[in-house]
Design a protein around this ligand. Structure first.
Ligand SMILES: [Zn+2]
Length: 479
């Protein structure tokens, strides 16, 4: 790591809320206290400081060996906010744990993680379970860490206490989740959960696939990706989203569609917003950067639900992203052990139907999205909007996270937009060396990550902090 604890970070490419420009970012006590013109600050005390801030900084620098970190043409971005991460600890720590997940996050430029309420045991569906997860995470988090709760059949009475205890909202599945201890909600459960969430002002985040459409789809096990794709058709997403939007309309709940894979749901979202339904949606790096046509036979590292669809669909997702129809691009990092992925290189059958559905990419989201974004003419400011500011807004954290702005936490990333990253799964910090990006060369490399002004050194002690939902509920300003 090239820098210790700079008081000023300077770059010719600082990505600010208004766009990219050369700037000096002054940090004190872990917060951004000033964003000034490039070259404003000097490292050495001057005999007669010309500006008060120079004097202040000069005084600070005496005790701070870092002084000015000058990144040159390496860009300075706000740390990414990843609101969709399955850590799985305790209970399935061998799939992924707090230490490994958050170390991967930091190495990938992610400084805030919000953990999903499954596949840990216990799932985060009661206050007691939340306390177990918090206790387990203590001292293990390399980045700041918050928790989603879960809304499952029968736990309506737990939602308000969980919300008061600081979860960011509640996840529900409309189809089986893949683990028995986190059952999906039927229509009546969903109605009850959303009514309660409307009452307490919570954000409902939903895995939207329709179980009846899935059950009616052709089920052909084996190593061919096209058979798996046919078993999770786009209609499953549109039917589930339509049902969800109806329920949201009736209950007045604020809803968010997780991991949209099919662009066919977008017209439904547009119509619902026009009707006044409070709905937002996210998509994920793998839907934007990978395509069904490229998935090799038996390579179950690519299996996730809903699935990666065809290239035409991917283009439509990019168009929607460019038009501001997605509030966030987040990882849906959901690993398992290689044996449950049934990967042929680990002696598995490569059967897409039986393999665990989940993609491991927490450390790779930024370069993966940047590689494709740049090819399509987008800017770093766009990527920051999708991966930092947007998810921070979704979680209600825009006051402290997701932007290089005065008063925000100094969560920052030195990102070389021209760097290259040759992905080797075994070289990642993820607990298990499995990712569909293995073997690819991505554009863009994270050089340094700062959390509240301190360099995250993954060889040293972690200093991530627990996050709770701010007192202000998530913004009603859902584009
Ligand atoms: Zn997920």
């Amino acid at each position: 790591m090239p820098f210790s604890q700079p008081t000023v970070i300077r770059s010719r490419r600082v990505v600010l809320p208004g766009g990219e420009r050369p700037a000096d970012v002054l940090i004190r006590d872990g917060k951004i206290v000033e964003v000034a013109a490039y070259g404003t600050f000097t490292a050495e005390p001057t005999a007669e400081p010309t500006a008060e801030r120079t004097a202040e900084f000069a005084a600070g620098s005496a005790a701070d060996a870092g002084g000015i970190a000058d990144l040159g043409d390496t860009a300075l971005l706000p740390g990414l906010v990843d609101t969709h991460v399955h850590v799985n600890e305790p209970g399935r720590t061998e799939w992924e744990g707090f230490a490994t997940a958050t170390r991967a996050a930091a190495a990938g430029g992610v400084t805030t993680v919000i953990d999903m309420p499954l596949n840990s045991i216990p799932p985060t569906t009661t206050v007691e379970a939340l306390e177990v997860k918090r206790k387990t995470a203590e001292g293990q988090a390399w980045v700041d860490l918050g928790f989603w709760g879960g809304a499952v059949p029968g736990n309506v009475a737990d939602l308000e206490p969980l919300h008061r205890a600081g979860v960011f909202g509640f996840k529900s599945f409309l189809a089986p989740s893949g683990v028995d201890e986190f059952p999906h909600v039927e229509a009546a459960d969903l109605e009850a959960a959303l009514a309660e969430q409307a009452r307490i002002g919570a954000l409902a985040i939903i895995h939207a696939e329709d179980p009846a459409v899935l059950a009616a789809a052709p089920q052909q096990p084996g190593v061919h990706y096209r058979d798996f794709l046919a078993s999770r058709p786009a209609d499953a997403e549109t039917a589930a989203v339509a049902h969800l939007l109806d329920t949201a309309r009736r209950t007045g709940a604020r809803v968010h569609i997780l991991h949209v894979s099919s662009a066919a749901v977008l017209p439904l979202l547009r119509q619902a917003r026009a009707d006044g339904v409070r709905v937002s949606a996210e998509t994920c790096p793998h839907y934007l950067t990978l395509a069904a046509e490229q998935v090799p036979d038996g390579d179950t590292a690519f299996k996730c639900c809903p699935p990666i669809r065809d290239e035409a669909n991917r283009d439509a997702l990019w168009e929607a992203l460019a038009n501001g129809e997605f509030i966030a691009v987040v990882s849906d990092h959901s690993p398992s052990t290689p044996d449950l992925k049934l990967l042929p290189e680990y002696g598995g059958s490569g059967d897409f139907a039986a393999a665990w559905g989940g993609i491991a990419s927490l450390q790779l989201g930024l370069p993966a999205v940047w590689t494709e974004a740049r090819r399509r003419g987008h800017t770093l400011a766009d990527v920051v909007r999708w991966m930092s500011a947007g998810p921070a807004e979704l979680a209600g954290l825009s006051g402290t996270k997701g932007a290089i702005a005065v008063g925000h936490d100094a969560d920052l990333v030195a990102f070389d937009p021209d760097g290259e990253l040759a992905v080797r799964a075994a070289g990642l910090h993820h607990r298990n060396p499995v990712t569909p990006y293995a073997g690819r060369t991505l554009t863009g490399a994270v050089r340094t990550t700062w959390l509240r002004g301190r360099v995250v050194d993954t060889g040293a002690e972690p200093f991530g902090r627990p996050l709770t939902r701010p007192a202000v509920t998530p913004s009603d300003n859902v584009f």
